[in-house]
Design a protein around this ligand. Structure first.
Ligand SMILES: [Zn+2]
Length: 200
């Protein structure tokens, strides 16, 4: 074998070894990422929340951080945003951090007429202190009127921003109570929420 041929052969082996090593590294990285994601998913925690507020004349109607046009509004200590209260409770519940009554007692003047988006941000902060972050949230608003659907995109955006997650991780659905019960009679609005959080 001539020196040129030997050099060519060596070059070929070096190239093959480099390709083999790259493939092996890529495989390890893939395996590592898959295992990490699986372990992370196993550490997911879920929480549930529920809230009701009475509808009264002379109050603003704030739902999901958005003010809606209405002759009646929700009564309560803060802005009485029933949707954000249910959501806050779901997030606190997922982290086993109690409920909003504990963190924002009506006796505390700090939260009087508070913007519930501030409450939600505060809840996200409490979770972050325990290194928990929301994965996705799902909200159900049960109200006879007004029509909520057209304002849902705005609500999703505000909630996503407050929680620091993508809009596609925030789901909001609205339904009526088919004229039945206190919601059906327009005496109040109810909301249900679930939230999944993950440790970081
Ligand atoms: Zn409430």
């Amino acid at each position: 074998m001539s020196p040129e041929e030997r050099a060519l052969q060596l070059d070929f082996f070096v190239r093959m070894a480099a390709i083999g090593a790259s493939l092996l590294i890529a495989l390890f990285v893939l395996l590592y990422l898959r295992t990490r994601d699986r372990l992370k998913a196993r550490a997911w925690r879920v929480g549930i929340g529920y809230d009701v507020h009475r509808l009264v004349p002379g109050r603003r109607l704030v739902l999901g951080g958005v003010e809606l046009e209405s002759e009646v509004g929700l009564d309560g200590h803060s802005d009485a945003d029933v949707a954000l209260h249910a959501l806050s409770d779901a997030l606190l519940g997922a982290a086993a951090l109690g409920d909003i009554g504990q963190h924002f007692p009506p006796s505390d003047q700090r939260w009087r007429d508070a913007d519930s988006l501030d409450l939600l941000r505060h809840v996200a902060g409490l979770l972050a202190r325990k290194r928990y972050y929301p994965v996705n949230v799902d909200l159900m608003i049960i109200a006879e009127r007004p029509r909520i659907g057209p304002r849902v995109p705005e609500m999703r955006q505000r909630i996503a921003k407050a929680l620091g997650i993508g809009v596609d991780a925030v789901s909001i659905k609205a339904t009526t109570n088919e004229g039945i019960g206190f919601v059906g009679r327009g005496e109040g609005i109810a909301a249900l929420a679930t939230a999944i959080i993950e440790p970081q």
